[in-house]
Design a protein around this ligand. Structure first.
Ligand code: GLV
Ligand code: MN
Ligand code: MN
Length: 405
């Protein structure tokens, strides 16, 4: 089999045209938006043209299936509210190119997937979480986005595309190519990262309820200002985490909504996202205790009523040794001495899929280490190198029956 770099790059740019926005090669294609649905229809057509059978499950995960037991490859095609053109898209189009080249050559046997809502408009990697059985569809349906829309309502946008459930038993393993989304490879100048582990994550919505009031007449000492509570909470949290975290632990308040969000009103309610990630599940648990204790203390001193939404999360996972070894062989063939093994600080669908089958992941560099931003990009020769590593690995895996003979 022989992958075609030009055909791969053409399709990758074509996918970017759905939701192309902002500076550079930015994309706005959140799960179930018009751009996302149009992109999924286009992908389904590309899968069909490649000789794959299209099946779409109730979440909108789009599969292109080869006959018989196959190696599954892919990623996601939804984006962050402001995202780059490669996050997820690279893994889907690279998988399409490998599956297409494999079919043209009469083997190995490769299927393709684009998972839905990896970027968590509604939760954490929602589409693959439901497919893997980690999250029941009924529970997922009750999740709401920051605008208050339920997933049940949002997924009506793909209802006419759904063909039914897709049985994971037909797949022998899952391989996902992704941009690194961090600075490691860009700084070292290496071309490929073979992932060893993916970190764990916890994510929940928190609320401080105070008293909305007049910003001119309410003396400072009588205020129950929800923004001041968030600010005090954040400062205290950074301080209290100091003895618990490592240099690779991260935590983020990325979304904050003040009510009613007006210059002359003391905000009566603050709703915000609290997310933390680490490779050690016990540390994630300790951080949760600190978050809850700190919120309770701040609420007490500032006259707030605190509340927390459901705790969403994924455990840290290690990559499968056999699949990883095939990727390492491919990396050495394509970029001799110019690749490394590394953990993933970003979350990926592979975490959920690891409940069903062996999984492994491959990274290519992100220029400047930037992602989840319009500026996200990767050099063309690095993108192509990633596809070539996949091609090498799939050929090697065919010998070990992961991808048929
Ligand atoms: C996935 O995009 C993540 O947030 O790591
Ligand atoms: Mn991604
Ligand atoms: Mn992402």
């Amino acid at each position: 089999m022989q992958t075609d770099p030009q055909r791969f790059l053409t399709d990758l740019h074509q996918l970017r045209s759905f939701g192309a926005a902002g500076i550079g090669k930015g994309v706005v294609r959140p799960a179930y938006s018009d751009a996302d649905v149009a992109a999924r229809k286009w992908l389904a057509d590309r899968f069909t043209e490649a000789g794959l059978r299209v099946e779409i499950d109730p979440m909108g995960n789009v599969f292109g299936l080869a006959e018989g037991p196959s190696l599954l490859m892919g990623s996601h095609s939804d984006s962050q509210p402001e995202g780059g053109w490669l996050d997820g898209a690279l893994g889907v189009i690279a998988a399409l190119e490998v599956a297409r080249a494999a079919r043209e050559a009469g083997g190995p046997v490769v299927s393709v997937v684009s998972f839905q809502d990896e970027e968590g408009r509604f939760g954490v990697t929602t589409g693959s979480a439901v497919w893997s059985g980690h999250l029941a569809l009924d529970d997922a349906d009750a999740l709401v986005d920051h605008a208050g829309v339920t997933l049940a309502k949002a997924r009506q946008a793909i209802a006419d595309m759904v063909t039914g459930e897709v049985d994971p038993a037909q797949f022998t393993g899952f391989v996902e190519l992704h941009i690194e989304q961090g600075p490691t490879l860009d700084i070292s100048g290496e071309q490929i990262g073979v992932v060893t582990d993916i970190v764990g994550i916890r994510d929940m919505k928190m609320t401080f309820e105070g008293q909305q009031n007049h910003a001119g007449t309410t003396p400072m000492h009588l205020r129950r200002d929800a923004f001041q509570a968030v600010s005090a909470f954040n400062t205290a949290l950074n301080d209290r985490f100091r003895n618990v975290v490592t240099p690779s632990t991260v935590w983020t308040i990325g979304h904050l909504s003040l009510h009613p969000n007006a210059s002359s009103i003391v905000p009566g309610r603050a709703v915000f996202s609290m997310q933390w990630r680490d490779g050690d599940a016990a540390r994630l648990g300790r951080m949760e205790e600190i978050i809850r204790e700190t919120a309770a203390e701040v609420a007490e001193t500032q006259g707030m009523t605190p509340s927390c939404g459901p705790l969403l999360g994924l455990e840290p996972v290690a990559m499968d040794a056999d699949l990883r070894s095939a990727l390492q062989q491919g990396a050495e063939a394509v970029a001799p001495g110019n690749w490394r093994k590394m953990p993933s600080g970003a979350l990926h669908d592979a975490t959920n899929v690891s409940r069903l089958m062996p999984v492994a992941m491959l990274f290519v560099p992100s220029i400047g280490g930037i992602s989840h931003a319009f500026e996200e990009d990767t050099r063309e020769d690095d993108l192509v190198a990633g596809v070539r590593v996949l091609e090498h690995a799939v050929k090697a895996l065919a010998e070990s029956s992961f991808a048929g003979k």
